[in-house]
Design a protein around this ligand. Structure first.
Ligand code: GTP
Ligand code: MG
Length: 359
């Protein structure tokens, strides 16, 4: 494969390739010249890479302000994640879900008794949703791993531990359902140790707190553990300037149009902001909290429902604010162009792979 060959005149390219082929052949390496499909690339005039946007470089330390931790509750199916979050926010979502299985990522903020705010993300526990869960971990500062004491460590528990270790996200374990007669806290702890988690009572630094999400037992201990961990991490963000965020979920509401739930990671989101995310853009028409109450602004660490998307953004994609709609349009045009180009490159890769098999 000859790099840069596409900048040469077609005939010259073939001649050059033949010369190269001859040289390579002399080294005893077999070669073949194949042609890749003609790739039609739109001429974008002066529109270039500089029209794209990317996250800004980190802000200087003196501009950073404390922000709430983003905590994702993860664990095996039915181990009690949604019930735990319900108890924490005093609502009853789990009872209303189809079959009690969470099919989306919910996000909300709770105020702890000490006045601190914590943002929680609920994730589905079913194996089919692991991709979504992996995305959930991207915005996560802390993982609360829910393990039912009657079952101990199960397939998706292991998956979460692996994910947390790979992504270097601290874990706090909630050993749940301790109100049940079958609950075996010691066995659950042994299971966790076997997975390589060194718990606090074994001299490690991972807290494992026995709770009952249903009865509300020890929830205070759990939230204390979360806020202690958050304090250790000293989470901060710059609340000024163009916003940055991550899409947590998105959907089309029959009455309100295209919506996304997002976590702001930098800047303070306000109505009227122009956003781009992947190949989608928005002029923000409304901001809502998890109860559907209008918000005037969303600072870093806050989950917010955003109204005003022209296209639906994808969960896990980064959101960036741009100065004007005109800028948003050129960013999207450039990104669409790049996406097309990328597709064409993939087609070439495909041929390359087939050829390699042939050789
Ligand atoms: P998925 O979202 O499907 O992964 O499940 P989940 O982890 O959110 O579990 P969910 O909260 O829906 O709870 C599953 C079942 O366990 C429900 O019937 C809950 O009532 C029950 N449950 C949850 N926590 C407790 C607990 O502390 N004690 C008892 N006895 N039951 C619990
Ligand atoms: Mg659930």
């Amino acid at each position: 494969y000859v790099k840069g060959a596409d900048n040469i005149e077609p005939q010259a390219r073939l001649d050059d390739l033949k010369i190269i082929q001859e040289i390579v052949n002399k080294c005893g390496v077999k070669t073949r010249i194949v042609s890749a499909p003609e790739v039609e690339v739109e001429d974008l005039g002066d529109l270039g890479k500089h029209h794209d946007v990317s996250p800004r470089p980190p802000a200087p330390a003196e501009l950073l302000k404390p922000r709430p931790p983003v905590v994702t509750v993860m664990g095996h199916v039915d181990h009690g994640k949604t019930t735990l979050l319900d108890s924490l926010r005093g609502a009853a979502v789990a009872a209303g879900e189809a079959g009690g299985i969470t099919q989306h990522i919910g996000a909300f903020t709770v105020k702890l008794s000490n006045g601190e705010q914590v943002t929680f993300l609920d994730t589905p526990g079913h194996a089919a949703f692991s991709a979504m869960r992996a995305r959930g971990a991207h915005v996560t500062d802390i993982i609360v791993l829910v393990v039912a004491a009657e079952d101990g460590v199960m397939a998706q528990t292991r998956e979460v531990i692996q994910l947390a270790l790979n992504e270097n996200v601290p874990i706090i374990v909630a050993i749940n359902k301790i109100d049940k007669p079958e609950a075996d806290i010691d066995k659950t702890k042994r299971d966790l140790m076997q997975m390589g988690l060194v718990l606090e009572d074994q001299g490690g630094d991972i807290q494992a707190i026995p709770i009952s999400a249903l009865k509300g037992t020890n929830l205070e201990l759990l939230t204390e553990a979360v806020s202690t961990q958050a304090t250790i991490m000293g989470l901060k963000a710059d609340p000024a300037g163009l916003i940055e965020g991550v899409v947590v979920e998105s959907k089309t509401d029959p009455h309100r149009g295209k919506l996304s739930t997002a976590i702001v990671t930098r800047g303070t989101l306000r109505k009227g902001a122009v956003l781009v995310s992947g190949l989608a853009h928005a002029k923000v028409r409304g901001l809502f909290d998890h109860n559907g109450k209008p918000m005037t602004q969303a600072p870093p660490g806050t989950p917010v429902e955003i109204l005003g998307w022209r296209e639906l953004p994808l969960a896990g994609d980064v959101i960036l604010e741009v100065e004007t709609e005109k800028k948003a349009h050129s960013v999207l045009r450039w990104r669409e162009h790049e996406a097309k180009h990328h597709k064409a490159e993939e087609a070439v890769d495909e041929i390359r792979k087939k050829e390699e098999e042939h050789l």
